[in-house]
Design a protein around this ligand. Structure first.
Ligand SMILES: NC(=O)C1=CN([C@@H]2O[C@H](COP(=O)(O)OP(=O)(O)OC[C@H]3O[C@@H](n4cnc5c(N)ncnc54)[C@H](OP(=O)(O)O)[C@@H]3O)[C@@H](O)[C@H]2O)C=CC1
Ligand SMILES: N[C@@H](CC=O)C(=O)O
Length: 425
């Protein structure tokens, strides 16, 4: 039996989970892979923080100790952020070390370049944990949907925002307290801006799109709206109308074009995504042959994410034994342009403020008619300080109609659009 030595880059929430699993589940891992996997060295910023594990693993602040250690076969990058992660992974692959990472920021930005570099150096580069934490979704799409045409992938792919929304809706917590709890529980990124602004979910949708549709999408090509502008009033109003507000990522092929978006969405209470609470994630994959499938589990947290990292470590270990390293994690590639905005339709929830004077509703109805939109539901809440608040759910309108309606409302001297969220029934 060979000993496969791992170098860990990072010993935080996920890194310490990986170390714990390797140390505690060693026998099971050996049973499955036929090899003994051990962590030899861990790169950290502050070794004093990690004294508890100092007798079982060498702690270092010098990346070269892992890069130049010929005994280390697999390096696991769990530092987070673009730099120095990109430089370290590049150097490791050039040094013929196999790499496992959970870094969605990096894979969404330069994944294809790193995959090519891995291939050129006959190395594995795997990143199951980069999407939806503990849900094994990337390998499932790559392996189990290999022959089906995927039509749509949608879901809740950020644990922090789902935790915040759940705690606000069910426990009545305010936004800041819920975010603080998500940070303390290890769900949020070191800087949670990307979580709450929807960018973390967008990175994951970029990676999912690459696997599901074979297409490279740049994160700055996506429409991204976070939860930081969401009001308690909209959440409460949605609830009265029978909806739960969730941060939903959606990627869909429409007429040979790809539509990808991350935005707060009103999800009908009877929809499977409505019951996904706290840090849990769920990804719905719709295939032409298989129909709708749903994958559910913890989307953040040390041990659940570590389990996905371990699935990559054990896969790479098996490849090492079989001498089959260097194959791409995702083999599907095709060109898809952006979807025609006129072909992508959803009902929308519109929240509007207007002076509490006669004639405003007629004006709104006039603008809606101008773009070919119509009311499905309309609720007028009690006027306050001379202003009325009106909530509308439209029948399905396409993205071009929505953009036109937003423009008309922008030009209106009296009607003010506060929020526009897509509706999933
Ligand atoms: N937390 C989660 O639930 C999930 C996280 N991920 C991803 O996993 C990765 C790790 O996340 P997480 O464990 O939460 O992050 P943490 O912030 O908890 O841990 C980061 C670790 O990296 C070390 N580190 C950071 N920068 C450097 C550096 N320049 N040099 C040396 N060491 C460094 C830190 O050292 P020190 O301890 O000394 O400060 C720490 O041990 C990220 O890419 C994240 O997006 C993916 C899915 C879920
Ligand atoms: N910050 C991320 C961690 C997992 O990817 C999240 O909250 O989902």
């Amino acid at each position: 039996m060979r000993e496969i030595k791992v170098g860990l880059l990072g010993l935080g929430t996920v890194g310490s989970g990986v170390l714990k699993m390797i140390q505690e589940n060693g026998d099971k891992i050996t049973n499955v892979t036929g090899q003994r996997i051990t962590v030899k060295t861990a790169l950290v910023r502050n070794p004093a923080k990690h004294e508890a594990v100092a007798d079982s693993v060498t702690l270092t602040t010098d990346f070269a100790e892992i890069l130049n250690d010929e005994e280390i076969d697999i390096a696991v990058e769990l530092l987070g952020g673009l730099h120095p992660a990109e430089e370290y992974i590049t150097a490791l692959l050039k040094q013929h070390k196999h790499v496992v990472t959970a870094n969605k920021d990096l894979i969404a930005a330069v994944g294809p370049r790193l995959a090519q570099l891995a291939h050129d150096n006959h190395c594995d580069l795997m990143y199951e944990a980069s999407v939806a934490g503990g849900i094994p979704i990337l390998r499932t799409i790559a392996n189990s949907f290999s022959a089906d045409q995927i039509l749509e992938v949608k879901g809740i792919v950020n644990g922090t925002t789902n935790y915040i929304l759940t705690q606000m809706a069910k426990q009545g917590l305010d936004y800041d307290t819920a975010l603080k709890q998500a940070q303390e529980l290890g769900f949020a990124e070191a800087d949670p801006t990307n979580d709450v602004k929807g960018k973390d979910a967008a990175f994951k949708m970029v990676i999912l799109s690459h696997f599901a549709f074979g297409t490279e999408v740049a994160v700055d090509e996506l429409e991204i709206v976070g939860i930081d502008q969401l009001t308690k009033e909209d959440v409460a109003q949605a609830s009265k109308l029978g909806y739960v507000v969730k941060l939903v990522g959606l990627a869909k092929v429409v007429n040979h074009g790809l539509f990808v978006e991350v935005a707060p969405t009103l999800v009908n209470q009877s929809h499977p995504l409505a019951s996904i609470n706290n840090e849990n994630n769920a990804v719905m994959v719709t295939g032409q042959a298989v129909g709708d499938t749903l994958f559910y589990g913890p989307g953040a947290g040390g041990l659940p994410t570590a389990n996905s990292v371990l699935s990559d470590i054990t896969s790479t270990t098996k490849n090492l034994v079989l001498k089959t390293t260097g194959n791409s994690f995702n083999n599907f590639a095709q060109e898809l342009g952006p979807a025609d905005p006129k072909a992508v339709s959803f009902p929308y929830y519109l929240s509007l403020k207007m002076p509490d004077v006669p004639g405003q509703m007629q004006q709104l109805a006039g603008l809606m008619t101008q773009v070919g939109a119509s009311f499905q539901q309309l609720v007028q809440t009690a006027a306050h300080q001379g202003h009325a608040h009106v909530v509308v759910i439209t029948h399905a309108i396409n993205q071009a109609q929505l953009a036109q309606l937003k423009e008309l409302l922008d030009q209106s001297p009296t009607l003010s659009l506060q929020a526009a969220y897509k509706v999933l029934d």
